[in-house]
Ligand binder design. Structure first.
Ligand SMILES: NC(=O)c1ccc[n+]([C@@H]2O[C@H](COP(=O)([O-])OP(=O)(O)OC[C@H]3O[C@@H](n4cnc5c(N)ncnc54)[C@H](OP(=O)(O)O)[C@@H]3O)[C@@H](O)[C@H]2O)c1
Length: 340
């Protein structure tokens, strides 16, 4: 058994990670930390995690792998000693996702204390970087919107069938905003309400450009990305629109083949004949992708659905762990959606 620990179990991503690791056949969760809850036991903070009766400590000692579910900036600070000691690290924050420190600092408005690590860190999307993750000791789990959009568009960019200008629209459940309270998640303001946000450039945008740009020949993708909060707890539905390149003529069956071939070895991506819905992936590590063509306009329209706390965060972190440890990629992650 490999022993693993979670820095900051007290948020939604950290608690979901604890839930998933409890059911993992090859690893054991042996330590958790949490700033405001240090000294308490995990079930005191999260009663639904009653079988995981661990003390919430101030640091992790003697674990084989460290997960961090801290917010950005706090993550890199707390992870540096583990990275320096050579402990494999899987970080759920944005601190190691971007290769360009100027982009990180522009979008996150903080100075990166260890920019030399950015080239070493691996973007934790096994569908795109399986070999790098297998060899990695520092893996950065992608942002939840970035996962939904990249998985929706990667086959089309890799095949060179779409123009670089794409529009990506996402609808996200409120757990995406985390457990920290804010007016945007206040029940009486969020219920029966839909609103776009971050229209001047959401923080997950540079990840999308970085990753999709690495698949396509120049020119680089130009992505207009607008997320929307909707009144549900979990899930992200992404709808992405792109023009077919001049001279490319495809029918829906040919587009399906491109997607199915691209994801042939990806156990967590299901290319579906029907449009996805967030209920098809709730509580899972799956991404359901549905590519289609609007023949009147010559546009490819791709919809994808993930659970923001599953494939968008904790599930993806466990998938990366499996790849890093050489375990079956699906270990501990095989449950299907909670439905209805
Ligand atoms: N929610 C998602 O869907 C999602 C998806 C992908 C990635 N992520 C990433 O996962 C990480 C955690 O997100 P979350 O949604 O779980 O957040 P969250 O539910 O809001 O939890 C944040 C936690 O961080 C603690 N915290 C805040 N500032 C801290 C600091 N400076 N030092 C130590 N602890 C601090 C808070 O604990 P206190 O009680 O001590 O204040 C709180 O429990 C973030 O990096 C986020 O970007 C989240």
């Amino acid at each position: 058994m490999t022993s693993v620990g979670i820095l900051n179990v007290t948020g939604y991503a950290g608690s979901e990670l604890a839930r998933l690791l409890h059911g993992h056949p090859h690893v054991q969760l042996t330590g958790v930390t949490g700033r405001s809850a240090a000294g308490k036991r995990l079930p005191e903070i999260f009663p639904h995690l009653w079988p995981i009766d661990l003390p919430i400590a101030e640091s992790l000692d003697g674990v084989d792998v460290v997960f961090s579910a801290l917010p950005h900036a706090a993550a890199v600070e707390q992870l540096l000693p583990y990275i320096d000691a050579g402990v494999p690290v899987i970080d759920l924050s944005a601190d190691f996702r971007l290769k360009r420190v100027d982009e990180y600092e522009a979008f996150y408005k903080v100075t990166h204390p260890a920019p030399q690590l950015l080239q070493r860190a691996v973007f934790g999307l096994p569908e795109l970087h399986p070999d790098e993750i297998a060899a990695s000791k520092l893996t950065a789990v992608p942002g939840c919107h970035a996962t939904g959009v990249i998985l929706a568009l990667a086959p089309a960019f890799a095949a060179g069938i779409i123009e670089p200008a794409v529009v990506a629209d996402t609808k996200t459940g409120l757990s995406g905003a985390g457990r920290t309270l804010g007016l945007n998640v206040h029940f009486s303001e969020a219920d029966e309400n839909v609103a776009p946000y971050a229209l001047d450039g959401h923080r997950h945008l540079p990840e999308m450009t970085q990753e999709l740009g690495s698949l396509a020949e120049a020119p680089a993708p130009e992505i207009t990305f607008v997320p929307h909060y909707i009144p549900m707890t979990r899930g992200i539905l992404s709808t992405c629109y792109a023009q077919l390149r001049p001279g490319v003529s495809l029918d829906r069956a040919a587009l399906m083949r491109i997607y199915r071939d691209y994801y042939a070895g990806a156990p967590f991506v299901h290319v579906s004949d029907a449009p996805p819905s967030t209920k098809h992936v709730a509580g899972t590590n799956y991404c359901v992708v549905h590519p289609s063509i609007d023949r009147r306009t010559g546009r490819v329209v791709v919809a994808s659905a993930i659970d923001n706390l599953g494939k968008g965060a904790a599930g993806a972190a466990v998938q990366c762990l499996n790849v890093m440890l050489g375990l079956p990629e699906t270990a501990g992650l095989q449950s299907l959606a909670l439905f209805p």
